[in-house]
Design a protein around this ligand. Sequence first.
Ligand code: NAP
Length: 270
Amino acid sequence: MAGVIGDPVGHSLSPAIHNAGFVASGLDWAFVAFPVRVGGAAAAVSGMRALGIRGLSVTMPHKAAVIDAVDRLTPAAAALGAVNCIFRDPVDDEVLVGDNTDGPGFLGGLRADFGLEPAGARCVVLGAGGAARAVVLALAGAGAESIEVVNRSPGPAQATVALAGSVGSVSAADAVAGADLVVNATPLGMGTDPRLPCDPTLLGPGQVVAELIYHPAETPLMAAARGRGARTANGLSMLVCQAAAAFERWTGHPAPIETMASSAAAALPA
Ligand code: NAP
């Protein structure tokens, strides 16, 4: 059994994605959404130990709070100060490991949507929150040539750039003009929000615009960038690929990614 803890979790696509994955893999597992209020993360992890739950996804507001409740962290979770996946150590079942699969999920999404490996790419990341931090760490690890972080507030921008090491810098929004890869890691454009995170007239052919938002399927940024000749994709592949990474850590089985992707798409609100 596996599950997700967070508040709210009623909207989570994870039960649909993972339960479809378990069925496709012939695993007699179930995935449950557990609403856990702020302050309840440590008790929830104790419950995971006591009940023999094999894995947990962790979402807002618990990604930092579970750090003290697990037995060890992967390097990515330690660097990010955020856990989105807890799994049992394959060598010692009693040891709970806190991981962060957003970075591998993002890189998997780039591969799936664009066939893109970011080694040598000039990258601009819009935003400096939890998702942007995971993206920046992943891009740096994948060998990006440069990673410019653009953010409304300077403090988080500096902290995020630090994850990129020598290839990172803080920039203004017009940096998108010179980028091979532009990533929107702000919520601007989500739902019915018509706002754009950068000036799309600076975008054009030869560029890849990766959106982390997956609802709507095409954000105002994607529509504008596509209209100017850039290649675009939303964040659904990242969501599915980070879930696939968790699935493999929990079960030890290869994730049936196509089944998981179609289940995610079918579970999205209209
Ligand atoms: P977060 O931690 O709250 O960070 C939000 C970031 O956006 C911050 O840098 C914030 O800037 C910036 N921002 C917020 N409102 C803004 C505004 N009005 N104008 C300019 N900048 C603004 O959120 P997060 O968890 O990183 O999530 C960011 C986005 O990624 C969301 O759309 C989320 O749904 C998506 N996401 C997708 C996946 C996936 O699997 N596809 C995974 C995780 C997140 P300040 O620092 O100035 O506040």
